[in-house]
Design a protein around this ligand. Structure first.
Ligand SMILES: Cc1cc2nc3c(=O)[nH]c(=O)nc-3n(C[C@H](O)[C@H](O)[C@H](O)COP(=O)(O)OP(=O)(O)OC[C@H]3O[C@@H](n4cnc5c(N)ncnc54)[C@H](O)[C@@H]3O)c2cc1C
Length: 355
């Protein structure tokens, strides 16, 4: 094992947060390392991230502010203008207008990665297995038996963040852990719609179903420890009553999902040399699991904090304040939305529903 090159900044994770942050910081004169276990630079993709790939208006706004347009081939068929909300317990169903972009998540991540300036050293298909902090340097060990050193470490490594587990063990994350299960089925039905699914006998979170490029995805998030697989089978069985019969499974996916249940914190320590951003810090909507906007906003906040210099941790705290308040409002909204009585009233009264 040889120690190579001391980087100014090492970013672990090239998902939406890590890639956007690398893209932005690349022009600031830092020597940057970006590591991801996924093979974002070769085909076929392995270890794909389980995700709906729906880009919310808030996330679109951040991309627009950065002049980042989406190439057509990142978009998926069809584009969806509404969500049909189904409560499997009350058997109520309503349509609501939505303005998401339906994307291919893997292609989106690869597109963002392709926009990163070549002066960032990308190390893909490399799993970070251990990180140590000694003599003011972070030493990153990998499954390829390499060792990288950096002065600053940023964990953009998602819900299961190794950076958080090693360096923020004592810090309480205000989240409840869930495990999301998604099955992707073959589907030729061009009229398939986007569904949000509630069933309190299966989960206290939600389920979803949507078409994407000749496939139909069904998913649901279950509290950690629940028997997700059998609950998922029950969900699929119940959906038949709504004409949502599925057949050939193409892919089975699963992912940890951290659902905020309090005021989100800022993870920054060691004299502004250690940070978490995106889902690693628990920044994801507790009501809809929408995470791109929080990934982008936290990446932008951290970039602007670096640009400002000085007490970067303090700037990061200030610049994420609005986003963290938004998250907290969504925690309150989730309490209302996931209360069956309140949801029934909203749906029965047709509040904001498409008539
Ligand atoms: C089932 C599901 C569906 C979702 N659907 C949507 C949706 O439709 N719209 C939406 O806005 N949000 C959605 N989300 C949330 C969204 O996926 C996340 O909020 C978003 O991906 C967070 O981005 P991130 O870059 O912070 O983390 P991630 O996207 O999780 O990226 C983390 C990266 O770090 C890498 N990594 C992790 N550990 C290591 C390691 N030890 N070594 C090397 N690399 C590592 C991973 O390979 C990954 O590429 C969904 C989430 C789930 C679970």
């Amino acid at each position: 094992m040889n120690a190579i090159n001391i980087y100014d900044i090492a970013i672990i994770g090239a998902g939406p947060t890590g890639s956007l942050l690398s893209l932005l910081l690349a022009g600031q004169g830092y020597n940057i390392l970006l590591v991801d276990k996924r093979n974002l630079d070769s085909y076929p993709p392995i270890r794909q991230k389980a995700c709906g790939g729906l880009l919310s208006p808030d996330a679109q706004r951040v991309l627009a502010s950065l002049n980042l347009n989406l190439p057509n081939d990142v978009l998926a068929n069809p584009q969806l203008f509404s969500v049909t909300t189904i409560d499997l317990n009350t058997r109520l169903s309503r349509n609501y207008q939505r303005f998401y972009l339906n994307m291919d998540r893997e292609k989106f991540d690869r597109y963002l990665s392709s926009k990163i300036h070549p002066n960032v050293s990308k190390r893909y298909s490399v799993l970070v297995s251990k990180i140590e902090y000694a003599d003011n340097l972070y030493v990153i060990h990998t499954n390829t038996n390499e060792k990288f050193s950096s002065k600053i470490l940023i964990g953009c490594d998602g819900a299961g963040s190794i950076v958080r587990k090693i360096f923020f063990k004592q810090d309480k994350l205000s989240v409840k852990p869930y495990y999301a299960i998604q099955h992707v089925y073959k589907c030729e039905d061009a009229s398939a719609k986007y569904y949000a699914i509630f069933d309190k006998t299966l989960t206290d979170y939600s389920g979803w179903a949507f078409p994407k490029d000749n496939t139909f995805t069904v998913g649901m998030a279950f509290p950690e420890g629940a028997d997700g697989n059998s609950l998922f089978d029950k969900l699929v069985y119940k959906l038949q009553d709504y004409g949502l019969s599925v057949n050939e499974v193409i892919r089975r996916e699963g992912s940890l999902l951290l659902r905020p249940n309090g005021y989100a914190k800022v993870f920054a320590k060691n004299n502004s040399t250690l940070f978490l951003a995106g889902e690693a810090a628990g920044y994801v909507s507790p009501s809809s699991a929408e995470g791109f906007s929080f990934a982008f906003n936290s990446a932008c906040a951290l970039y602007e904090s670096f640009k400002k210099g000085g007490n970067i941790a303090k700037h990061y705290r200030n610049k994420t304040k609005k986003m963290r308040i938004t998250l907290f409002i969504k925690v309150i909204k989730a309490h209302l939305l996931y209360n069956q009585f309140i949801r029934k009233v909203i749906m029965t009264c047709n509040i904001r529903a498409i008539k």
